[in-house]
Ligand binder design. Structure first.
Ligand code: GLN
Ligand code: ZN
Length: 765
């Protein structure tokens, strides 16, 4: 039995985020170019060594990147926007790497001020890529040498040829954006494919490369006719002009679905499919796969931290072997391991029982070879794995019957407020007596170095609990006094006690754990350390009541309670794979609901449940969206519906477009929603207006991502626009989002102007 072990990509920030530190050192001028390259080489070589030791047959190269793999492609293909020309021509100062970082981060030097390229989310992950920019007569040529250099270096290091990884031509175009009118980016395929042909031929001629991995994740998405044609065209051309290179066509993040015939019809040597997201597709793909084409089975979850269930994977692999023969079967992770944290062995604080359920990137490499051994008849490895799985299925650490029963007993009534919005609005207006255009903020005030230091010292044990809390109380009282003085209508406590809007709750909920080193790249040098939801979630004690009631007791104005919603907590964590996401969402929803009810009982009359991540959870395929929206909206409603009708529920959402989900946003039935709109000049409000959105709404009137202070007139104009679109009695006035990343001077100045704009609007409208 000879199945190839095929790895698709490896995390590149380094086990201790060495690359992050090197890049940031280089950007700040503290580290030389050669020191940066040295750090990069060390990460690459360590990764290759790990994969070699684990017996990986197809070891990826060019999966490494100093910033982003899509930006690497733009540089390789010479798709460099014209505004960077001065950086290219300033050869005295710059190397290719400076052009590269200029495209990623912008360029301010020698009187030049060139903006960075746009960044957006990589499919439904939390990784962000740099969006390629295309003009109407976009041309391509081999510009960067990186893929060749890394292939040569990896070949030298490994002593055999590696497998270069490139984003496939169709997906590369679809990831980009037309920056001029009058053309469709997919039509650039004819200009683009000849450059791919040159690259592939050069890889083969100069480095004797056998396999090349072309990532085409769009094969698992909805495709138009023209996009399908582009696939046919591109792969036929590649086959014709590079007949001897073996193409590993790689798909992930979903099922091929209606693209199965397209994908299996392309003239390639192997196809990779994601069997973690879509195990059901194996049978149809096996039936459709032409003779001679190999199949890479993505059975190991590249996007989560759980140990592989060998029994399940074995069944899939055996079935493939039965149909194709072992020579045509490859064992692989579902997608690049980029989305997994580095090494479980570095987690010294985890209880052994829990550790035994988990696998990070390094362990996933091991899983490939263990699966291989199991298919060859090793029973002890299988047995040990079955024991771990069985333990996880029955562990009392995970399974809380009371939580499961409560979720099972949920009814429609639990997800519904007592009276419809119109009746609630009357009660609330009578109770709160707020002016027209009431002003508020989204929750956080600047998390200054002082506040962060305070928390760090407390965590290190340098401050007692009492000292820490009294310093936080001081900060909270100060911000309450300031809000009163400046004339805000609904106050917040400032969130000074919170490190992060998900972590703060995860740390207090049962069913969550936190890793010490479980970093995953988010963009560039930025990494996140998502909490792990490993067990049934419940709320052992009040989480925010202490701070909200403290704050309310120091003012006669309304103090808004502040919570993170169930969908956002789910979306920004590593989630259990042993039950549907919807069930986990409902467990979190009930925990948040308990907190909402506790806040109400403690005298908090206005409670905000933030859900910035609702939209980003939207499935990639159209056909899966309705089901997601249904349970996501329901989870929010469960969290919000335990209160009396005179209690006002707010929600908040940022970085979202609402057009296609407006009915579902309305179905959340929050009494007030605050949204990010200022950068779109209120354009995002049109969805609400068109839908005749009935509830109250606070369109953000200023951008909190920049230190710029908007003028009163500017914000007044935005309010006028809003008033033209929505009933005046429904409009709130607030910034786009929380203020925690801002400094005090601009925060105070901007809010003063915002309040002046609201007052002017009250007089005029
Ligand atoms: N209440 C949070 C804050 O103000 C909301 C943050 C967010 O939407 N991302 O910081
Ligand atoms: Zn926000």
């Amino acid at each position: 039995m000879r199945m190839l072990k095929n790895n698709l990509g490896y995390p590149r920030v380094g086990p201790r985020r060495e690359l992050k530190k090197a890049c940031e050192g280089y950007w700040s001028g503290q580290l030389s170019r050669s020191a940066l390259f040295m750090a990069a080489t060390q990460v690459r070589e360590a990764n290759l060594q790990l994969q070699k030791d684990a017996g990986v047959d197809l070891v990826p190269c060019n999966d490494f990147s100093l910033y982003d793999q899509v930006l690497d492609m733009s540089l390789l293909l010479g798709a460099i926007p014209d505004r960077y020309t001065p950086v290219v021509t300033d050869v005295a100062n710059n190397a290719e790497i400076d052009l590269y970082f200029a495209m990623a981060r912008g360029y301010q030097r020698d009187g030049l001020d060139i903006t960075a390229m746009e960044m957006t989310k990589w499919f439904d992950t939390n990784y962000h890529y740099i969006v390629p920019e295309f003009k109407a007569h976009q041309t391509f040529r081999i510009f960067s040498n990186k893929v060749f250099a890394e292939t040569g270096a990896a070949r030298h290091f490994l002593g055999h040829v590696p497998k270069p990884v490139l984003i496939g031509p169709v997906s590369y175009l679809l990831l980009g954006k037309e920056k001029e009118a009058g053309f469709n980016k997919i039509d650039l395929i004819k200009n683009l494919v000849p450059v791919y042909v040159d690259i592939l031929n050069k890889l083969q001629a100069d480095y004797q490369v056998e396999w090349v991995q072309l990532d085409e994740p769009f094969l698992a998405m909805d495709l138009t006719e023209a996009q399908q044609q582009a696939f046919h065209y591109a792969y036929a051309e590649i086959k014709k002009n590079c007949p001897h290179i073996k193409i590993l066509l790689t798909t992930y993040f979903g099922a091929l679905g209606d693209n199965t015939a397209l994908a299996t019809g392309l003239p390639v040597s192997a196809l990779h499919i994601d069997l973690v997201r879509a195990p059901q597709q194996l049978e149809t793909v096996l039936q459709a796969l032409p003779a001679e084409v190999s199949l890479s089975l993505g059975v190991i979850d590249g996007r989560n931290i759980w140990k592989n269930d060998y029994e399940k994977s074995k069944t899939l692999l055996q079935r493939a072997v039965e149909v194709l023969g072992s020579a045509r079967v490859m064992i692989a992770p579902s997608c690049s391991l980029l989305h997994s944290p580095f090494d479980l062995d570095a987690e010294v604080k985890l209880p052994d029982e829990v550790r035994n359920w988990m696998a990070f990137a390094k362990q996933k490499l091991q899983e490939m070879s263990e699966l291989h051994a199991i298919l060859e008849g090793n029973t002890s490895l299988l047995l040990a794995n079955q024991q771990a799985m069985e333990q996880r299925r029955t562990s009392t650490r995970i399974h809380q019957p009371a939580v499961k029963n409560r979720v099972a007993a949920l009814t429609e009534q639990d997800a519904t407020r007592t009276q419809p919005f119109a009746a609630r609005q009357r009660l609330q207006h009578a109770r709160f007596k707020l002016p027209l255009f009431p002003t508020t903020t989204i929750g956080s005030f600047p998390q200054t170095a002082d506040i962060r230091q305070l928390r760090a010292r407390w965590k290190k044990g340098e401050l007692t609990q009492a000292q820490y809390e009294s310093a936080l109380e001081q900060a909270t009282i100060e911000i309450i006094r300031w809000q009163e003085a400046v004339g805000l209508d609904v106050l917040v406590h400032g969130e000074f006690e919170r490190n992060d809007m998900v972590e703060y709750f995860g740390e207090q909920l049962a069913g969550f754990l936190f890793t010490t080193n479980g970093w995953v790249q988010s963009y560039g040098s930025r990494c996140v350390k998502p909490p792990v939801i490993f067990g049934d979630v419940w709320r052992p004690a009040d989480m925010t009541v202490r701070w909200s009631s403290f704050a309310q007791s120091h003012t006669r104005q309304w103090m808004k309670g502040m919570l993170t919603g169930p969908v956002t907590i789910l979306q920004w964590s590593f989630v259990r794979d042993d039950q549907p996401r919807s069930v986990t969402a409902n467990q979190i929803a009930l925990a948040i609901r308990d907190e909402v009810v506790a806040l109400e009982a403690a005298g908090i009359a206005i409670i905000q449940i933030d859900e910035p991540a609702i939209r980003e959870g939207l499935p990639l395929r159209q056909q899966d969206r309705a089901a997601y929206l249904e349970w996501a909206v329901k989870a929010f409603r469960i969290s919000a519906s335990g209160v009396q009708d005179q209690t006002q529920i707010h929600t908040h959402m940022c970085y979202s477009e609402f057009n296609d989900i407006i009915a579902h946003i309305a179905a959340m039935d929050a009494d007030v929603i605050t949204i990010e709109t200022s950068r779109s000049q209120m354009e995002l409000l049109e969805a609400f207006a068109g839908f005749k959105y009935p509830n109250e709404i606070g369109p953000g009137v200023y951008d909190i991502h920049s230190p710029r202070v908007p003028s009163v007139a500017e914000m007044e104009a935005l309010l006028e626009k809003a008033a033209a679109l929505l009933p005046v009695k429904n409009i709130w006035v607030n910034p786009d989002c929380g203020l925690k990343t801002r400094a005090w001077p601009e925060t105070k100045a901007a809010l003063e102007n915002m309040i002046a704009a609201a007052k002017a609007a009250r007089v005029k409208m």
